[in-house]
Design a protein around this ligand. Structure first.
Ligand code: ISE
Length: 334
């Protein structure tokens, strides 16, 4: 059985998902690329052998030859397009964030529950990264003792757009950190503080956050979207008896000129290539069988990250710790 896939959004992530579907997903057929920019959609479709390039996402979703959809368009379109997929009963892999608005995430959860079956996977690909997987296992297998703290660093070379703001660092980049902390620690985030150092130029400065969890752990997060030197994601999980850090992802080391060095990727596609491929494989299996991927991110996970982010934006603007008020977890996601 072949699953016909439409990819909505032909930007960095849409192109990467489309490439994975076309080249790395036996059982999937890349049928439609959709983008507001018709030439960009056509270019990507031609490069990857997709038959059709369109500009209307809803028209792509309703097509009879489309069984599942990958949404990788701009953040504010994620929830409306996910809802359109639910209306059609089509499984959707929605890039993070599910929405910058927690209320929209609630609307997605309601629609999914009303449909009566799981249809929404959120693209928190780190859940499929081997290193974070080992971190989670070390904790659940008791090798670290009780978890006390998690320290997370998230650095990009530069912001994707010049008008990127500190609030966007929290709603667009930091949700990866909120989600992986929830996933590794197996608990919810209950409070957040946020602040920024001052830069000497007009670029958006790093955002530093301190989170507390329902189980009494403390999580620190630095998101620096203008780190300049490379894509650098670090994490350390500190338990009562041992501590585990992600090792540097470099595959090689250069020794020469009286120095030793390793290279950074320019962005997340290299560092998390295997995680994206594993995530998309899990989505294909979900689309084919209806079985939600073990450890995958659900609409509830998308909502929880969005609520932490929205609260973090307020904490950054107003100062001080803000409690994160989650709605009760719907039975549907138990
Ligand atoms: C960016 O916003 C993303 O979407 C990527 O998934 C992430 O890895 C990156 O660091 C973010 O800044």
């Amino acid at each position: 059985m072949t699953i016909g896939i439409a990819v909505i959004g032909a930007g960095i992530m849409g192109a990467d998902h489309a490439r994975i579907v076309a080249e790395d997903l036996p059982g999937a057929s890349l049928r439609v690329i959709c983008d507001m920019d018709a030439a960009r959609a056509r270019g990507l479709a031609d490069r990857l052998g997709a038959a059709d390039a369109v500009t209307d996402p809803e028209a792509a979703i309703v097509r009879a030859d489309i069984d599942a959809v990958i949404v990788a368009s701009p953040d504010p379109t994620h929830a409306p397009l996910t809802l359109a997929c639910i209306r059609m009963g089509k499984p959707v892999l929605c890039e993070k964030p599910l929405s910058p608005s927690p209320d929209e995430c609630v609307a997605v959860m309601r629609a999914e529950a009303a449909a009566g079956r799981r249809l929404v996977q959120v693209g928190f690909m780190r859940r499929f990264d081997a290193a974070y997987g080992e971190m989670r296992r070390a904790l659940t297998e008791g090798r670290l003792g009780r978890a006390l703290m998690m320290h997370n660093l998230h650095r990009n070379v530069a912001t994707p757009a010049a008008d990127f703001t500190g609030a966007m660092a929290i709603t667009n980049s930091a949700p990866h950190e909120f989600d992986i902390a929830r996933h590794v620690l197996g608990t919810e985030i209950t409070g957040i503080t946020a602040c920024q150092p001052r830069r000497s130029d007009a670029l958006v400065a790093p955002v530093v956050m301190v989170l507390d969890t329902a189980d009494g752990q403390v999580v620190t997060v630095e998101v620096n979207n203008n780190a300049a030197y490379g894509y650098d994601v670090r994490a350390e999980l500190v338990g009562e008896t041992a501590s585990l850090s992600l090792a540097t992802p470099a595959r090689t080391r250069l020794d020469g000129g009286l120095a030793s060095s390793t290279a950074y990727d320019a962005d997340w596609r290299g560092r998390f290539a295997a995680a994206y491929a594993a995530q998309d494989r899990a989505f294909l299996h979900f689309a084919a069988t209806g079985d939600f991927p073990e450890g995958g991110a659900s609409a509830w996970d998308g909502y929880a990250a969005a609520q932490v982010a929205a609260t973090g934006v307020r904490a950054l603007a107003e100062g001080g710790r803000m409690p994160v008020a989650l709605i009760a977890k719907p039975e549907f996601y138990a």
